[in-house]
Design a protein around this ligand. Structure first.
Ligand code: HAM
Length: 419
């Protein structure tokens, strides 16, 4: 046990963490272009927030939460997703006082007690964006496009947006009534999960992976929610599609798309790449801020699954990932050389040059080998003569050229990017 991490978690090791940094950087850079600001909320919240926010009837709340009682007898839960915490922070910090739409993004770990498998972990990571204060269908389109932009910057290929509208508090209850009327007489032919869904949230039956349930929906002629939208939801949904068309964003209407969280109203979508499970998803949640205790405020957002995005990237770009270069490796020939190396390293690093040296008193040959392993661009050699003269022998490892120069010149040369 001591040397085994908990099931469904992973160690992100050097060599792989660079890919994570690249993804995080793409998120930050793209969010800046769309004028989203970062928010960081706690990794745990009061259990009640998720029960109320994410929804009592969702799989997440029913069976996937990491809930514990702290020493003060409070029930707390490791966040299973980011939206509820951001909504809580929006209300608690009265961000609704802003005259403008509030646009925020986040990056961080989430926790769900799921059955671990490829692309499904118990601790996983999401990046996500949320916008508060606008019902404009143009915002829906912009939020959908934002993640496509991030994925495109990273070089993820073949992403499709699957789009639906799941209605609102006007049309959903009517749809629910209709579903119950049609399915109740044949309820015994639904799977156990769907029998429970029929009572609590029949819309989610469309999400059932069981073919017999899907066949039964067809048999009784159950209408999709997309066919049952009220006029306002229909107009809004057309507006979203019009805005996406105007922005040249491709999407595929999927009237069967139902998201696994209860807070969604109107627009709902997922980012899919063939052969992989969904790499992200989002939607509108116009009732959530009020439900959490704030003023009626429309909201919308999405989250991307970072493990899944990286998995797709790894599959799509099979060629070996380049090790990041080290700018400079400093070789100390003897003890005084190593002491001088410590000083040169300080100067180099303060000048923005990434630099390293040997800490094991190894031979010059072994130090050069280490420089190769680290993929260094330059090696600076400090022998007796160099130390005495305050100079250094700088070797360009790509060309093999070695020149004697002052420390300042050596640092300047290494600073000039490119070999
Ligand atoms: P979600 O669909 O539950 O939505 O999660 C978003 C993404 O997180 C999924 O598409 C998937 O890529 C990734 N994901 C979810 N569970 C796991 C897991 N166990 N292991 C690995 N990856 C996983 C939400 O969480 C909403 N908060 C999104 C949102 C933001 N809606 C509005 N604003």
């Amino acid at each position: 046990m001591l040397t085994q991490r908990p099931r469904g978690t992973s160690d992100i090791l050097p060599g792989v963490s660079e890919q994570w940094q690249r993804l995080e950087q793409a998120v930050r850079d793209t969010c800046r272009l769309y004028n989203f600001k970062e928010i960081r909320t706690p990794v745990f919240e009061h259990t009640e927030l998720f029960a109320r926010g994410v929804g009592e009837t969702t799989d997440i709340v029913e069976k996937e939460m990491y809930t514990f009682t702290d020493r003060g007898d409070r029930s707390l839960t490791l966040r299973p997703e980011g939206t509820a915490g951001v909504v809580r922070a929006y209300v608690e910090n009265k961000l609704f006082g802003s005259p403008d739409a509030v646009k925020m993004y986040y990056v961080g770990p989430m926790f769900r007690y799921e059955k671990p498998q490829k692309g499904r972990d118990r601790q996983f990571h999401q990046y996500g964006c949320e916008v508060f204060g606008s019902e404009d269908p143009g915002v829906d389109a912009e939020v959908i496009a934002l993640n496509l932009h991030i994925l495109d910057n990273l070089g993820v290929k073949g992403v499709t947006v699957e789009l639906n509208s799941v209605g609102c508090s006007v049309c959903r209850p009517l749809h629910k009534k209709d579903m119950i009327e049609r399915l109740l007489p044949v309820a015994d032919r639904l799977c156990k999960d769907c029998q429970a869904r029929l009572e609590k949230n029949p819309l989610r039956i469309f999400d059932c992976k069981n073919e017999s349930c899907q066949a039964l929906l067809k048999e009784v002629g159950a209408p999709t929610i997309a066919e049952s939208l009220c006029d306002e939801c229909q107009t809004h949904f057309s507006g979203v599609q019009g805005a996406l068309d105007a922005m040249d964003v491709d999407y595929r209407l999927n009237p069967y798309l139902v998201r696994g969280l209860d807070y969604y109203t109107r627009t709902a979508w997922e980012y899919v790449v063939e052969g992989f499970s969904s790499i992200g998803g989002g939607g509108r949640y116009n009732g959530l801020v009020a439900q959490v205790g704030g003023p009626e405020t429309p909201g919308i957002g999405f989250a991307g699954g970072m493990e899944r995005v990286l998995m797709v990237l790894a599959e799509q770009s099979k060629e070996a990932v380049e090790l990041p270069l080290l700018d400079l490796y400093v070789v100390g020939v003897d003890a005084s050389g190593q002491l001088a190396a410590a000083k040169l390293l300080q100067q180099a690093r303060k000048s923005g040059v990434s630099a390293d040296r040997d800490y094991l008193q190894r031979s010059v040959k072994a130090q050069f080998k280490a420089a190769d392993r680290l993929n260094a661009r330059y090696v600076a050699v400090l022998g007796e003569t160099e130390v005495a003269q305050g100079r250094v022998a700088l070797k360009n490892l790509a060309t093999g050229e070695q020149v004697d120069m002052t420390w300042a010149d050596a640092i300047l040369q290494v600073q000039q990017r490119g070999v």
